[in-house]
Design a binder for this molecule. Structure first.
Ligand SMILES: Cc1cc2nc3c(=O)[nH]c(=O)nc-3n(C[C@H](O)[C@H](O)[C@H](O)COP(=O)(O)O)c2cc1C
Length: 208
């Protein structure tokens, strides 16, 4: 089957069904007047060793997305990594609450003060990444407009119990993956694969 994204009905479901699993950024922001906002975004990844990105639609129905607007207006945000113990809380924050509603309270999550940015961290998340806005790339227009937010990492907070040297204990992190629609996955089924190294002398690549 060959699929044309412009004509295939609900192509979005196909796309998000094949690009899986996606990590989930729980993005906390604050408006210029001090209203705190929190929402999940799974069009999310690291894009360099010091930059992260996520993408937000501009609107949902008649409402503009608070996260995107707050970042445009303040240039700051925090990415809190979604992990299994807070997955349900994360889901509660995804309803389209009116502007000015603090989703921390709705989800029973706690503000933790950030060191550099004004937006609070999610205390219950073991990883919080304080970011400053690098740039927003506009993708699409009208009802399809998205803002691709690229952030520079200012500071990362990592819970002491999940890190040993530079190694993150994945069994303790318990990152949540987003599949299509309402489907999620755990990251507790893993395996190692050693990357081969190319040897120009022999013209071959072997695992070492
Ligand atoms: C797991 C999950 C991932 C989501 N990922 C995205 C995303 O990548 N982009 C997006 O625009 N909305 C995404 N949403 C929907 C937003 O979280 C939702 O529209 C939210 O109400 C936006 O809140 P805000 O207006 O406070 O920013 C996602 C929802 C869930 C539950």
């Amino acid at each position: 089957m060959i699929i044309d994204p412009n004509t295939f009905e609900r192509f979005n479901a196909v796309l998000t069904g094949v690009i899986v699993p996606r990590p989930i950024a729980f993005v906390s922001t604050v408006s210029p007047t001090g209203e705190v906002n929190l929402a999940p975004y799974s069009f999310f990844n690291a894009v360099s060793y010091k930059n992260v990105m996520f993408s937000s639609s501009r609107h949902v129905g008649n409402k503009s997305k608070d996260t995107l607007r707050n970042i445009e207006e303040t240039g700051e945000f925090v990415i809190n990594i979604v992990v299994d113990p807070i997955a349900e809380a994360m889901n509660k924050t995804a309803a389209e609450f009116p502007e000015g509603e603090d989703e921390f309270g709705i989800a029973g999550l706690t503000h933790a003060t950030s060191q550099i940015v004004k937006a609070p961290r999610v205390a219950e998340s073991p990883v919080n990444i304080e970011c400053k806005l690098d740039q927003i790339v506009q993708i699409g227009s009208g009802n399809h407009e998205h803002g691709l937010v690229i952030g520079s990492i200012l500071l990362m907070h990592v819970s002491d119990d999940i890190i040993d040297g530079h190694r993150i204990d994945q069994d303790k992190l318990m990152a949540t993956g987003r599949m299509a629609g309402n489907m999620y996955c755990r990251t507790n089924d893993r395996y190692d694969m050693v990357r081969p190294v190319y040897d120009p002398a022999t013209g071959t690549a072997a695992q070492r």
